[in-house]
Design a protein around this ligand. Structure first.
Ligand code: FO1
Length: 304
């Protein structure tokens, strides 16, 4: 079993590449729930949905989230009514949130609903929310406290952040499925997701950090920072604002003691010694999954 600690888009692409090399029954993803929100009375789980949509060939590759062939009539009408439409929920995507919200209201767990949606949409790998308890990533920013999606979407992650919090993490527990996916994994991969806000919320839940420390030699992370910048999203900016070096060395420092190997991009080969000085092995390869051959190279590096 290969288990991947996953955020959104970067993790979805890594899982899609892994899936072409290993059988579905040998691949599972443990997914961040810190981006989840309740809006219009609906529970929305962006990272779980991005992975489900991407691995079933449905993700809107232009936006990076939501569904292909989407229309926006509900949002347009909501705008006419004066409702909140800053967070775009497409007409087709809304069906996912309606289904999930109804099932949660009936008492189903997030884990169970994720499995139902995955099965109906034809996802063949195991997909587990890290916890069934609420864990909400929030920010202390220059304009005051912000929820994850207020920071990310409403303010386009363009406001300075002073601190990140994971509300609820102190009392949240890992699900039994998550614990099993970790304990039975021959290798645990940390996807090239944002360390601070995609992997960080999971590390804040009791048991996960300890399990990575215990299994450290089997843990391989992929740096999402290449030549001092993130391919997508605010990982570079947040690392700097929260006092980390904005490079794969900063990523290695954030994961210090938790990983046996960090995979870094070949453009950062000159930083390999400084990464190794944090106490992990370093593997240098192309980490941008721009086509099938590059994705295959990254897969070989994380599985080697
Ligand atoms: N990202 C945006 O930039 N704008 C949106 O309006 C937006 C809506 C949205 C709806 C459902 C969903 O599953 C994801 C959505 N995202 C949107 C992406 C999401 O905010 C982030 O990419 C992730 O939370 C970060 O991984």
């Amino acid at each position: 079993m290969i288990t991947v600690l996953s955020g959104g888009v970067g993790a979805a692409r890594m899982l899609r590449a892994l899936r072409t090399h290993i059988p579905a029954e040998d691949l599972s993803a443990i997914v961040n729930v810190g981006d989840d929100l309740v809006l219009h009375g609906l529970t929305i789980c962006p990272d779980l949905d991005t992975i489900t949509y991407t691995l079933t060939g449905r993700n809107n590759e232009v936006l990076g989230w939501g569904l292909q062939g989407e229309s926006w009539r509900v949002m347009e009408q909501l705008g006419h009514l004066g409702g909140a439409n800053w967070f775009g929920l497409g007409d087709l995507d809304l069906a996912t949130h309606l289904y999930r919200s109804q099932r949660l209201a009936e008492g189903a767990t997030k884990t169970a609903v994720t499995g139902e949606l995955a099965q109906r949409l034809g996802l063949d790998i195991a997909l587990w929310p890290v916890s069934d308890d609420p864990v909400a990533t929030t920010f202390d920013s220059e304009i005051g406290p912000l929820s994850f999606q207020e920071y990310f979407v409403r303010h386009h992650h363009q406001v300075a952040v002073r601190a990140v919090h994971f509300a609820g993490a102190e009392s949240a527990t890992l699900t039994t499925q998550t614990q099993r996916a970790l304990s039975t994994a021959e290798r645990i991969i940390i996807a090239p997701s944002n360390p601070l806000i995609s992997i960080g919320p999971m590390l804040a839940i009791a048991g996960l950090r300890e399990e990575l420390q215990r299994r450290r030699q089997d843990v391989v992370a992929v740096s999402p920072i290449i030549a001092g910048a993130a391919l997508k999203g605010p990982a570079d900016r947040l690392l700097g604002e929260l006092g980390y070096e904005v490079s794969c060395v900063g990523v290695a420092q954030y994961y210090e003691g938790l990983i046996g190997t960090l995979v870094i991009d070949e453009v950062d080969a000159d930083l390999a010694d400084r990464v190794a000085a944090t106490g992990c092995a370093v593997r240098v390869t192309t980490t941008i999954m721009s086509d099938a051959s590059h994705a295959a190279a990254l897969v070989r590096a994380v599985l080697a």
